[in-house]
Every structure is written in structure tokens, then in C-alpha cells.
Design a binder for this molecule. Structure first.
Ligand SMILES: Nc1ncnc2c1ncn2[C@@H]1O[C@H](COP(=O)(O)OP(=O)(O)O)[C@@H](O)[C@H]1O
Ligand SMILES: [Mg+2]
Length: 473
């Protein structure tokens, strides 16, 4: 810098001398050129004043008294040329600043967002007119003071807002919070507030600018949607519950009532046979009687099967795992499919309430395997993985293109999700065409595990054949 300044000082002095001797335009152009170079080199106006002062010192003594006036006018003209580039650049800067300020002004006035601008060190704050309007105030009704806003934030949201602000200033995390503000009328409105601070090199924030938008309507819609979803879920759970109860009742009646009557019919028929032996003339043909017995047996079988399909009595009598075991046995035999079982029998004692839900999930998953997969092998897992119970049914079939949105008529998976949600859990599916279909139910143990001894007793009667981990071919 000093070298450049020294060179410039010498050049300026020489240029000024030439100008004083010849007074021509070219010398003035030279002064302008020197000024432009100085500006480009990052020199300032004070440097220019020093250069000029040095030139005056060097020249002024040689000027006759009566020449002084003309001399001063000439050097001032020369100096003005040196300064011209600086002046122009300041002008340009001013124009750009004005344009930018106008743009900001327009943006603030036209914005649907309410803008705020805060200096953390002095706590000076600016709220745009629209900011105040969101809070129900005219521009002159709410002071540009941070406390005015802090007083209006809902007490339940206050901690969250200040914490978000603090972490933004300290750790530069995104500042994006939703909170309620009390309006002039006294009601609360939801706003979303976003902002961005500017930091000095030392790390402290010196300014933060942001905006708020009124999201009250969105919040209201979200809440209405949440409530309606909740109601639908409760309704669906209620319908499922009634359906299961109804099925269980019909199953019981079929089994007990119809079953008993059929047994009675069989006894009556055999009585007929016995009496017939005493009166040989009216003996009914044995073939006909045998046919009747067979028919009654078939009927009894059908009744038992239909009853079991409606509601597996085993579920109530023996518990979840024996019922699932029997279900898998039947599935494996009916569809000639190998099922590999990993059942952590002693790891979980299931409560009564969850039995039907878990059983139906497994039943639907197996039905899907039979219906859609074309698989040759299924792996069934039921394990404890604190704090969850994991039930997994995976086949080696054709799989499916993964689609998060189930089809309009696919109620199987939807039902499973509902049942899982009812227990506070979820269903995850992992599949792709050609690589099998794996369905996992992740259920919180708190919802499926028995808490009191009574349910434990009812579940403890597990069949001896369930090993901790077993392969069935
Ligand atoms: N094990 C599986 N293998 C291949 N595709 C399956 C399997 N399970 C389910 N899917 C696919 O997911 C779809 C939805 O299943 P689901 O909701 O039970 O409806 P549905 O069985 O009535 O078609 C099925 O139509 C099928 O395309
Ligand atoms: Mg299905």
C-alpha cells in the first residue's frame, strides 16, 4: 500500500505541475485516471487528501502572491478530477442502495407474511405492518418492542419458542416454530415463524430477520382431520369387535346346539336299529342306516369346521400360540407348503385382549400367501425383541411391486394395519417382484403381554409340542 501510495504521490505531483504549466485537458484526464487507479487499488478519500496536501506543500512556496488565486483554482480543478471516480462510485452505491431499499419496502408491504427484524445485542426490533395485522393491531397500536410479542405468546408455547431461538443463535440450527399468539381481541391464533440470524466472525449473532404466517386455518383443518381419523379408527375397531363377538357366538351355537342335536339324532338312529332287531319283520335295511350315520358324521364335521373357521375355540381354551400352531399345521397340510417356525414360546405370555387381533393378522397373512404368492416355503417367526413382540411371515414367492397405497379393494392389508394400530403397533412390508413377500407386525409388549397372574394362568397351558425354536417340514 505504501509503495503504491508513494508512487501515486509522485505521479500526482508531476501531473499537477504539468497542468499548472500548460493548463490542458490531457492533464485533467490524467488526474481522473490516477483517481480511478487509486479507487481500484483500494485507496480511500483520506489517502487522496494526503496526496493532494503533499503536492500543495511542494508547490505553494514557488507561487507568487498575485498568482495565488489562479493557482488555487487550478489545483482545486485538478483535485476534483482525482476525486471524480470516488464520487461516481459513491453515487452508484447510493443508487443501488435506494433500489434495494425500495425493493425491500415493496416486499414488506406486499408480503402475506409478517416480517420481523431483530438486533439481539441492543434488542431493537422491527415488526412490519402486516406482522401487527396478523396479531389484530394497526401499525401504530403495537410498539416495535420485543416484549410486546413475548407477552402475546401462549404460555404453553413460550418455552418452545425461546428454546428454538436460543439453539438457532447458539448452534445455527433451523429456526422454524409454530406457536399461538394472543391477538388484540384476546383470542389465540396459530402462526408459523421462521428466521435466520447473521453472525459475526467471533460467533455472536448481530441480526436476525424472519417472518410469520397465520396458519390458524391449517391447524384447525389438521385437528378436524385428526379427530375424524381417530373416530373412524374407533368405529372400525368397534365394528371389528362386534363382528368377532358375533362370530364367536354363532360358532358356539353351531358347535354346542347344532352339534348336540346331531349327536342326539345319531343316538336316536341307533336306538331305532336296536329296536328293529327285536322286531325282525320291520328291520330297516342296514345299508340305509349306515348311510345315515355317515351323513350325520359328515354333518358333525362340517359344523365343527364352520365353527372353527368362524372362531377357533382353541384360542379361548388353550391360548394364542397353540391356536396359531394349529392354524399353521392346517395351512401347511392344505396347501402342501413347507412352513419353518421360529416361535419363542416362553418369551411372551399373551393377554386375552390381543389374541384375536394377532391371530387374525397371521390368518390373513397366510391366506395372502396361499392366494397371491405361489411360494413353496414360508418362514413364520414370533419373537420377543424388547420392547416389542415381532411377528413375521415371509414367503419365497413371486412378491409384489411395493405400493404404499393399497388398492381400492385390498382390505386384507388394511385390516391388518388397523389391528396393529389398535394395539399401538404397525405393519411393515418388504417385497419386490420376484423376491418374496415379508410382512412384519411390530407390536408393543405393553399391549400384548399379560400383566396379571390370571391371564398368565390362562395362557400357561401350552402344548408340549411347541419348542423354543423349531423347524417343521
Ligand atoms: N404373500 C404375498 N405375495 C405376493 N403378493 C401379495 C402377498 N400378500 C399380499 N400381496 C399383494 O397385496 C395385495 C393386497 O393384499 P390384501 O390387502 O390382502 O388384498 P387381497 O388379498 O384381497 O387382494 C394383493 O392383492 C397382492 O397383490
Ligand atoms: Mg388378502
Amino acid at each position: 500500500m505504501t509503495v503504491r501510495l508513494d508512487a501515486l504521490r509522485a505521479e500526482y505531483l508531476a501531473g499537477l505541475r504539468t497542468f499548472l504549466e500548460h493548463g490542458d485537458e490531457a492533464a485533467l484526464t490524467y488526474a481522473y485516471e490516477l483517481g480511478r487507479r487509486a479507487l481500484n487499488d483500494g485507496l480511500g478519500l483520506l489517502d487522496m487528501a494526503a496526496i493532494h496536501r503533499a503536492a500543495l506543500d511542494a508547490l505553494v512556496l514557488g507561487v507568487a502572491l498575485d498568482e495565488r488565486q489562479r493557482f488555487m483554482e487550478a489545483v482545486t480543478a485538478f483535485f476534483n478530477e482525482l476525486l471524480a471516480p470516488f464520487e461516481m462510485s459513491i453515487e452508484g452505491y447510493r443508487a443501488a442502495l435506494t433500489a434495494s431499499e425500495e425493493r425491500f419496502e415493496l416486499a414488506v408491504r406486499g408480503a402475506t407474511a409478517g416480517l420481523w427484524d431483530w438486533r439481539p445485542q441492543t434488542d431493537e426490533v422491527y415488526f412490519s405492518p402486516h406482522f401487527k395485522r396478523i396479531m389484530g393491531y394497526e401499525d401504530d397500536e403495537l410498539p416495535n418492542e420485543r416484549q410486546a410479542l413475548l407477552n402475546a405468546i401462549h404460555p404453553d408455547d413460550f418455552g418452545r419458542v425461546t428454546e428454538a431461538l436460543q439453539t438457532h443463535l447458539e448452534r445455527r440450527t433451523t429456526y422454524d416454530v409454530e406457536y399461538r399468539v394472543r391477538t388484540k381481541a384476546g383470542e389465540f391464533r396459530w402462526v408459523q415463524s421462521r428466521g435466520q440470524a447473521l453472525w459475526r466472525d467471533a460467533g455472536e449473532a448481530y441480526r436476525m430477520v424472519g417472518w410469520i404466517v397465520d396458519i390458524t386455518d391449517r391447524k384447525r383443518d389438521e385437528e378436524a382431520l385428526r379427530v375424524s381419523r381417530e373416530e373412524l379408527r374407533r368405529l372400525s375397531a368397534h365394528i371389528q369387535h362386534i363382528r368377532e363377538e358375533e362370530k364367536a357366538r354363532i360358532a358356539r351355537e353351531l358347535h354346542d346346539d347344532l352339534g348336540q342335536q346331531l349327536t342326539a339324532l345319531k343316538m336316536a338312529a341307533s336306538l331305532l336299529e336296536y329296536q328293529g332287531n327285536e322286531v325282525p319283520s320291520s328291520t330297516p335295511p342296514t345299508d340305509a342306516l349306515n348311510g345315515m350315520y355317515a351323513l350325520i358324521d359328515q354333518l358333525l364335521d362340517s359344523v365343527r369346521r364352520i365353527a372353527a373357521d368362524l372362531h377357533p375355540a382353541m384360542l379361548d381354551d388353550l391360548g394364542l400360540i397353540p391356536a396359531i400352531d394349529a392354524l399353521i399345521d392346517e395351512f401347511s397340510a392344505r396347501y402342501r407348503m413347507r412352513v419353518v417356525r421360529h416361535i419363542d414360546v416362553h418369551a411372551i405370555t399373551f393377554n386375552r385382549e390381543c389374541r384375536i387381533e394377532v391371530f387374525r393378522m397371521v390368518q390373513e397373512a397366510l391366506t395372502n400367501v396361499a392366494r397371491h404368492s405361489g411360494a413353496t416355503e414360508v418362514v413364520f417367526e414370533m419373537v420377543r425383541d424388547d420392547p416389542h413382540c415381532i411377528v413375521r411371515i415371509a414367503d419365497n414367492g413371486r412378491g409384489a411391486a411395493h405400493n404404499d397405497r393399497p388398492g381400492r379393494h385390498s382390505f386384507g392389508l388394511l385390516g391388518m394395519r388397523e389391528r396393529a394400530a389398535l394395539l399401538g403397533g404397525e405393519i411393515r412390508i418388504s417385497t419386490s417382484p420376484g423376491s418374496g413377500f415379508a410382512l412384519t407386525a411390530i407390536l408393543p409388549l405393553t399391549a400384548v403381554e399379560a400383566r396379571d397372574e390370571l391371564s398368565e394362568l390362562s395362557e400357561s397351558s401350552k402344548p408340549a409340542r411347541s419348542a423354543t425354536s423349531r423347524r417343521d417340514d
